[in-house]
Each structure stands twice: as structure tokens, then as C-alpha cells.
Design a protein around this ligand. Sequence first.
Ligand SMILES: *[C@@H]1O[C@H](CO)[C@@H](O)[C@H](O)[C@H]1NC(C)=O
Length: 285
Amino acid sequence: MWLSCILLFFVVINSEAVIETASDEILRGSRTYIKEASPINCAKVPPTFWCTNAKLTKECGFEQLCDRYSKATKNEKLQLTIFYESLCPDCQEFIINDFYRDVYLQFGDFIKFELVPYGNAKNEDGKIKCQHGEKECAINKYHGCVLHYMPEPIPFIVCMEARIQDGSTLEKSAEKCYYTFHVQPHVADQIIHCANGDIGDKLQQEAAKRTAEAFPDPHKYVPWVLFNNVSIESQQFLISGLPIAICEFYNGDKAPGHCNSIGSNSRTLNGCAKGYFLDQDIFEA
Ligand SMILES: *[C@@H]1O[C@H](CO)[C@@H](O)[C@H](O)[C@H]1NC(C)=O
């Protein structure tokens, strides 16, 4: 009895205790807190910060790589590639909402878009088999033609995906979108001709090749995103935060205006500006 009491007491004391680990850290439960500030450790600077500040770049010796990156990307549009397939529900949702509303409309001027309507289809000796069947193959092919012939194809693709999501057929949705966007008849004719024939097939073969050559990681699902033509599996989570990713990767003298308002839907993240002090008498009143 006594022994168990003492043991219990010890356990309680112990779990409340602050355990000191390294000299500059303390562990409370499973959380670690910093006790003393340590100088910048260049080995621990997150890669996304490496080229963001000249002082840091120099201090930590990132200059060579950062110079190369800066020269190649300065004021260049960011290349955004989307692998998708027309009947995958997540692709439809992504294209209609996140992609169109939050990326195309807000950051359109800062991005080079590439849509690849092929997704998880299989290419068996030149015969394409789509994940959601023949219907999907026909729509993917149609999209390929729209992307090829229309000067501003994305709103049209979004329009078609929205109709198709609502249960409309390929023909009906296309017809409706031609009408909505006042597409010139000769452009519509080109697209329809393409979608019914060999040109559309050739474009699908190109989309298959484009999808297969993603480097270094092949796509595992759709929608799938590439930034400046780099395909990284572990970074696909960025697809649910594209505005943040774009603001992070775009390397212009001026950040896109919408970067300032990220996260400010419900509250402002501008913080408290330094150098602004309340009147003393507010405290004294
Ligand atoms: C992207 O990279 C692939 C594979 O390295 C290459 O074949 C292709 O031409 C590149 N495409 C673009 C649009 O940069």
C-alpha cells in the first residue's frame, strides 16, 4: 500500500516535471520550448528561404544557386501544369473552383498555363483507354482540341466541366459554352472537326506523352500539379493552397496584388505595424 502510494506520487510529480534536454531547450510533456535564442544555423534554414534575402543568402553561402535561380526566374511567369481527366469528380471540382476562381482569375497575368487532359488513361499500343470509359476519352479529346485551337481556352474548359458535372452530355455542354462565350463559328468548326478526327487523336497521343514524361516523379493521381515543369509527389499538397504556392514561387520585382490579401478573408494578417504607438492617455484614461 505505502509502496504503491509512493510510486503513484512519483509518477504524478514526474509527469508534471519540466525535463531539460539540450541546454537551450526545455521539454514540457511532448512539447519543446526554446529557452535561449541561438544564432542562425545555416544548416537549418528552410530551402524556401534560401534565396529570399541577400544578407541571408550571403551569410549562408547560397549565392551560386540563388544567382542562377534569380537569373532564370526574375519577372518570368510561373509555369503551372495541371494533369487532369474530364470525368474525375475531384478534377471537376478543382478546375471549376480552386483553379478557375482562385488561380486563373486572380493570378492569370503571372502564370503560363498548361492543361493536360489525359490523367490516368492508359495508352495500349496507340489505343487510349480512359479511367471513366469511352465518354471520358471523347471529352478529353475534345478538351485537347479546345486547348489547341482556342486563344483563351480555360474559361471554356471550366464552362464545359461545370456543365458535365451537372450531368450534361459532351455535345450539349459544348454547345452551351460556345453560346456563352460567343465563340466564332470558324473556331467552333475547327474544334469539332478536330474532336471527330485524327487531329484530336494526335493531340491525345501528345497529352499521353506529356503526362508520361513528368520528371522526376511520375503522377500517381489527378489532379496533379507541376511548377516550372517540376513534378514532385511530396509537394502535391500544394494543390490545395495554390495561391500561397504561387506567391512563394513567383519571382518578380512586384508580387502579384492578390498575394497581399491571402488569408485575409476573415481577418487581416497585416499584423501590427512597427513604429505606431497609441496615445499614452488611452492607457491612463
Ligand atoms: C518539361 O520537361 C519535360 C521532361 O523533362 C520535357 O520533355 C518538356 O519539354 C518540358 N516541357 C515544358 C513545357 O517545359
